[in-house]
Design a protein around this ligand. Sequence first.
Ligand SMILES: [Fe+2]
Ligand SMILES: [Fe+2]
Length: 301
Amino acid sequence: MNKQFLKDALGWGFILWLIGYALGMIFFAIVPPAMIGWVITPIGIVITLWVLFKKIKGDTFQYYLKLAFIWTAIAIVLDYLFIVKALKPADGYYKLDVYLYYLLTFALPLFVGWRKKYYSEAGMDLYNKTIEFVDKSFSGKKPHFERTVFWLEKFLLGATEAHKIAAYAHDIERGVSGEKNREYLNLEFLKYHQNEGAEIIGKFLEKNGAGIETINKVKHLVSSHEFGGDDEQNVLMDADSVSFFETNAPHFVEKRFPIDGYEKIKGKLDWMFNRISSEEHKKIARENYEKWSKALEAYKK
Ligand SMILES: [Fe+2]
Ligand SMILES: [Fe+2]
């Protein structure tokens, strides 16, 4: 049991009980004793919900379940010591309002824990769902996509979820259509590849409840990641290229060269490097570009 949980369980459990106790003292002076519990209940609910939503940071249902047990135990024990034993109420203490209080003390944490879990599952997402979708389409994790996200975040200050989704999913067409017969030097094919990819990821986001702004942004970025366009499309294209030389170039030089031949591989390496829109980004890619170009020349001999 960690420190945070003890603070939440014992600290807030005690404070909430104390607030109820203090309110009881105040209302004792104003309303008939039989009414006190009923007046405090709605106030207590509001305060407890506020604490649960704003102050308690647990993110599993189990956390809130344990909290429910401890808060209820605190309420029962302290009530017994400081009301039943200490004050000896004239016509007894345990009435319907008190049982309702214990029930709420137990039920509210469970309710909030369930809500939080529900929302974190619905909201976690888009980006994580995209990762899942892309990985599945490619039958496994491709380092190229992680590295594209990595470089995009370096190149674009304040990259949003939409930017990261676009970076991770930019080649989704390849995952969905399969990797055979790739005309990766054919400009018409590349246009198809980026437009089709934008459609695929757009539909996926729509199905998963993304907002229209996110959908449009992602489609806009993916739809020109091969050729660039505006500043943000250029940044994705650059990140794609830098990542390519880290993660995909070896595959082209070592595996595709015997199949596709020298000209095609050389063309691919040059195209991926020359399209980089910023000198600064070129500088980052250059070392790997030269390394794999040299390796290709060595294979040729
Ligand atoms: Fe691509
Ligand atoms: Fe790519």
